[in-house]
Design a protein around this ligand. Structure first.
Ligand code: GLU
Length: 376
């Protein structure tokens, strides 16, 4: 058996496969050989009792190819038709590649709603756990056919991080067409420096991701979404690696001296519920607080209406909002107990005044400490 040094602590691994690895745009062909080599990598991991799940892109690229549609400027329904067509090709290809090693696969299609809604999250988690326990390799993708532009991930980097969090994985590898994080975009700046190990995602590191919308083409996740994924994964106690996966046997190469960037898992991961709140992508509004409230939050207290100085957004009770400091920097995220109109009325006021202002007093903090997670 080959030794798996960098994975000596790994028990559960999520591998994200980018579109460019499965579909070669220049030769307009499916990279079947590469996938068959990846299956050998997965077989090697499983020999070492490492659970594996794959988050795979490629449905839209493969579907476009089959339908003979131009890849640029597709309408949303066209993209969805491509995804529906390509997803069949994608799953069949994985199934066939894994069959060579006697490994079974299963298809899971998730939407943003499935990961933002706690009940659906728990259901998806139970299914994934069962599949993994049965020794099956889940192949996950976004359910592009039902997602609309406003409520979709759009990139599989963050979906992969949410999957890592959902399955309690300890390692996430993003197989990409770039070998990691650079101080600047290496395609533009020749002096850009590669960063091998990232212990903490500071604002300086986040800035290296550039604009979330800057990278076009088929794979929609640029470096910005990879850094957001790193934030979600590392806070959940999962290390994340970005590597260039285009050559064959990427995982085996990672065991050698392959250049890559590793984001270290947080030492004290937050509990499961806080991780889930922290990983929310669909933030409905912001609440700005004063210094007194910030001190209270840091001491583990709930957010009270008295400390609010401003608010923004059309949130309703149960939505996740972002809590900003006086300097407009995010310090926390939480599930709010009042809707936007009520929050506006009680902002800056004491709980004892709620009865006369709202006509009721449910005794609730604006965000209860159990529903709050510090992010700053
Ligand atoms: N879900 C998309 C697909 O299968 C990919 C999204 C992405 O590029 O990350 O084509």
């Amino acid at each position: 058996m080959e030794s798996l040094n960098p994975f000596s602590m790994t028990r559960r691994l999520i591998i994200k496969v980018g579109s460019a690895l499965l579909y070669d745009q220049s030769s307009q062909s499916f990279r079947a050989e590469w996938l068959s080599e990846l299956a050998s990598d997965i077989a090697m991991l499983r020999e070492h009792d490492i659970d594996v799940a794959i988050v795979s892109s490629g449905a839209i690229a493969l579907g476009c190819h089959r339908l003979g549609l131009p890849r640029d400027n597709l309408s949303l329904p066209q993209k969805q038709a491509c995804a529906a067509t390509g997803q069949v090709i994608l799953t069949q290809a994985y199934e066939a590649a894994f069959a060579e090693h006697g490994i079974l696969s299963a298809q899971i299609l998730l939407t943003l709603n499935d990961t933002e809604n706690r009940r659906r999250w728990l259901n998806a988690r139970a299914t994934l756990s069962e599949l993994i326990a049965l020794g099956i390799v889940p192949i996950i993708n976004e359910n592009d056919t039902v997602a609309t532009d406003e409520i979709r991930y759009g990139d599989n980097d963050r979906l992969a991080a949410r999957t890592a969090q959902m399955t309690g994985a300890d390692t996430l590898i993003l197989l990409s067409d770039i070998n990691g994080l650079y101080t600047e975009d290496p395609r533009i700046e020749k002096s850009a420096q590669h960063i091998e190990i990232i212990n903490k995602i500071t604002p300086d590191i986040s800035a290296m991701g550039g604009d979330a919308n800057a990278v076009g083409g088929l794979g929609s996740g640029g470096m910005a979404t990879k850094l957001m994924a790193a934030q979600i994964a590392t806070q959940a106690g999962c290390s994340m690696c970005i590597m260039d996966g285009r050559e064959s046997r990427p995982i085996k190469r990672l065991l050698g001296d392959e250049k890559a960037s590793w984001f270290q898992a947080a030492r004290n991961p937050k509990d499961a519920r806080r991780q889930w709140i922290m990983g929310h992508l669909d933030i409905k509004g912001t609440i700005t607080i004063d210094d007194g409230a910030l001190t209270a939050l840091k001491a583990g207290k709930s957010l009270l209406a008295a400390g609010i100085t401003a608010q923004h957004g059309e949130f309703i009770k149960g939505d996740t909002v972002s809590v900003l400091s006086r300097e407009k920097v995010e310090v926390a995220r939480g599930i709010i107990a009042y809707n936007a109109a009520e929050t506006e009325k009680i902002a800056g006021r004491k709980s004892s005044e709620f009865q006369s202002i709202l006509g009721y007093d449910n005794g609730m903090a604006l965000i209860h400490r159990d529903n709050l997670v510090m992010t700053g």
